[in-house]
Write a protein that binds this ligand. Structure first.
Ligand code: OAD
Length: 239
């Protein structure tokens, strides 16, 4: 492991511009549940009941109860040493974070260039007029209504079967094109197109450092795959 860490440190020292793709594992040590680990959210809820547009049409109250619970835990969570180490990296590097997380913890830790690929728990969107609003009370009434047009509000989250925001995707593609190192932290690398950015980095010959508790489909393609907790490894890697 020390050798791998040394190699990862070398790659990091060489790069001036870095992209970091993060997933639920980076927030696990902040007390937030991941999705596919044992005890994860998708063991307790079926994706098709709470995280698709069809689910929201069928039973918006059920979907809102799920997201109110996530807003409660997400808003009270604090950044952990992994988020803080990534934020510190900005002192010496150009860092763009591509996160699949909707908890806002990278920004809370101080990272300034965060692209939220799957939306944000803090934002809601009107299903009638499309108006987006942020920082509503933690727990919203069921069912919440738009202040402008009284339309039904939905979480501004990218659900299964929906497209990512094209502006966010193109900003992520630009960051990928100019980076000299791609890091992948705490994601099972199974959900596309988010995971595709990491595989594209490999294809372009950009060195990839992976940090995860367990091997993933990306591990054997990464230049360095560090096995362990993000909150322990990232401070060692990034200083
Ligand atoms: P997953 O739950 O699929 O994967 C979490 C990953 O984090 C796993 O590979 C774990 O091994 C790893 N992990 C857990 N704890 C860790 C720790 N302390 N340090 C390092 N690694 C750790 O979560 P995501 O990959 O983020 O989308 O899932 C991607 C998307 O699928 C989510 O954004 C969500 C979900 O369905 C939507 O809801 C739209």
């Amino acid at each position: 492991m020390e050798d791998l860490l040394g190699r990862a440190k070398y790659l990091l020292a060489e790069a001036r511009s870095i992209c970091v793709l993060t997933g639920a594992g980076v927030s696990a040590e902040s007390g937030l549940a991941t999705f596919r680990d044992s005890g994860g959210l998708w063991e307790q809820h079926r994706v098709q009941d709470v995280a698709t547009p069809e689910a929201f049409e069928r039973d918006p109250a059920l979907v809102w109860r799920f997201y109110n619970a996530r807003r409660r835990s997400g808003f009270s969570a604090e950044p952990n040493p992994a988020h803080l180490a990534l934020a510190r990296l900005e002192k010496s590097k150009k860092v763009t974070i591509l996160t699949q997380n909707v908890d806002g913890l990278h920004s809370k830790a101080g990272s300034r260039h965060v692209l939220e690929l799957h939306g944000s728990l803090r934002r809601v969107r009107c299903t009638s007029c499309g108006r987006k609003t942020e920082d509503d009370p933690v727990e919203l009434p069921i069912l919440p209504r738009c202040a402008a047009c009284r339309g039904l509000l939905r979480p501004d989250i990218v659900w299964f079967g929906e497209m990512l925001d094209p502006a966010v995707v193109s900003a992520a593609a630009e960051a990928l094109a100019r980076c000299g190192l791609f890091m992948v932290v705490g994601t099972s690398a199974q959900v596309h197109p988010a995971a595709s950015f990491a595989f594209e980095a490999v294809e372009r010959g950009i060195p990839v450092i992976e940090v995860n508790k367990e091997p993933t489909p990306l591990s054997r393609l990464a230049a360095v795959s560090l096995l362990g907790k993000a909150g322990e490894l990232l401070p060692k890697l990034a200083g």
